[in-house]
Design a protein around this ligand. Structure first.
Ligand SMILES: Cc1cc2nc3c(=O)[nH]c(=O)nc-3n(C[C@H](O)[C@H](O)[C@H](O)COP(=O)(O)O)c2cc1C
Length: 371
């Protein structure tokens, strides 16, 4: 079985963010290749319920990949078989997770420091599995140890079907712009499709990155969390720019998917509330960025990493939607849960805005990242 990754915009593997209802929303906006949250191979083999839940695919996902954090070849194959039995079209090996708990056990970004071990792992998986195996890497462990080009060669020689390069080292987290020069250099050296990843927030940044680097495909993470409609924008080469009311409708639709997945009883609400306020923490960062106004600025620095001036004269609803405070996200999540339709959700949001006057300001850095 082969998968043609070329020309696609993939949804990145996102711990917490890449839950099934959110992926379903992205599929509606045109994402054709989606990925699970990172699952630990060992926990899958041990049949941990919460880990097995990460392997679940929604019927609308035409090409769903499961990402594994793994080290041991046998365990990886066993876990991958579970994923395939549940509908995974490909399996991705995580070589980027910077979290200490993962790296100290020899997984995630640690594999970048042991390229031969990684190569053996990938070769074994390729030999044993009926689906394509892909690998997602960072540029290196630290700025002194940038070895992505070497790792990429070994990954290709081991038989991987595609390679994603997130253009930052483990150490950099999100402090620097992703290194698209290096991503491009790797794409030129390799024959397998290289998927470029890092800092894409608008269709024009995606288009430019693809043209300049020559990557086969793009992957978006935070861009999708902030605006799940990014897939449609990239596919059509134009801004969708949903207004405030339209955005409320999108968030309400997402709430419906959460309800369908977790159910509408008390337990389902509790589960939904673990996700919905968190997602609102990304949604509130959305700003319209028309190409005519922002293309030049985006060439100096990625817009995702740029602090933009706040517009004035915003409607109450718009200010509510942009409020970065957790207290606001909790309130809005509750209203989305209660709302019966779009008009009701809008009215509820406006009422919240009257009771809890919105504050604008920096939503803060996104500190959590496992890739
Ligand atoms: C909340 C969050 C969770 C993440 N979880 C994972 C993960 O489970 N596996 C992984 O390989 N990368 C993970 N990453 C990294 C992303 O997949 C991606 O490589 C990174 O965010 C850069 O892309 P972006 O600039 O488009 O966000 C995560 C990132 C974020 C923001």
């Amino acid at each position: 079985m082969t998968i043609d990754f070329r020309g696609h915009t993939l949804l990145a593997p996102l711990t917490k963010g890449g839950n099934l209802p959110f992926r379903r929303l992205c599929v509606e906006f045109g994402a054709r290749i989606t990925m699970s949250e990172m699952a630990y191979a060992r926990q899958v083999v041990r049949r941990s319920k919460s880990e097995l839940a990460l392997l679940r695919r929604h019927p609308s996902e035409a090409c769903f990949g499961v990402q594994l954090a793994a080290r041991d070849p046998e365990e990886s194959v066993q876990a991958a078989r579970e994923a395939v039995a549940r509908g995974a079209a490909f399996v991705d090996v995580n070589c980027g997770c910077p979290i200490h708990d993962t790296t100290r056990r020899g997984m995630g970004a640690t594999l970048l420091t042991k390229p031969n071990q990684l190569a053996r792992l990938v070769a074994h998986m390729v030999k044993e599995l009926p689906v394509p195996v892909t690998v997602k890497i960072r540029t290196g462990w630290s700025e002194d140890e940038v070895n992505a080009a070497q790792v990429a060669r070994l990954v290709e020689e081991s038989g991987a079907a595609a390679l994603t390069v997130h253009g930052r080292t483990r150490e950099q987290r999100y402090t620097k712009a992703a290194d698209w020069q290096l991503i491009g250099a790797i794409a030129r050296e390799r024959t397998i499709p290289v998927i470029g990843n890092g800092d894409i927030l608008t269709h024009y940044e995606g288009r430019r990155r693809m043209a300049e680097s020559g990557v086969a495909a793009l992957m978006v993470g935070r861009g999708a969390l902030i605006k799940p409609w990014i897939f449609q924008e990239i596919a059509t080469n134009q801004d969708l720019a949903p207004g405030a009311v339209e955005r409320v409708a999108i968030y309400l639709r997402f709430t419906r998917f959460l309800k369908e997945h977790f159910r509408e009883d008390a337990k389902g609400k509790e589960r939904t509330m673990r996700f919905l306020p968190w997602h609102l923490g990304f949604f509130c960062r959305y700003r319209p960025l028309p190409e005519s106004e922002y293309a030049a600025l985006s060439m100096q620095h990625p817009l995702l990493q740029t602090r933009l001036p706040e517009a004035e004269d915003l409607s109450l609803l718009e200010r509510v939607l942009r409020d970065p405070r957790e207290a606001m996200h909790l309130r809005l999540a509750e209203e989305l849960w209660q709302a019966v339709d779009e008009a009701d959700a809008v009215a509820r949001f406006e009422r919240v805005g009257e009771e809890l006057p919105p504050q604008l300001g920096d939503a803060g850095d996104i500190a959590v990242s496992t890739g």
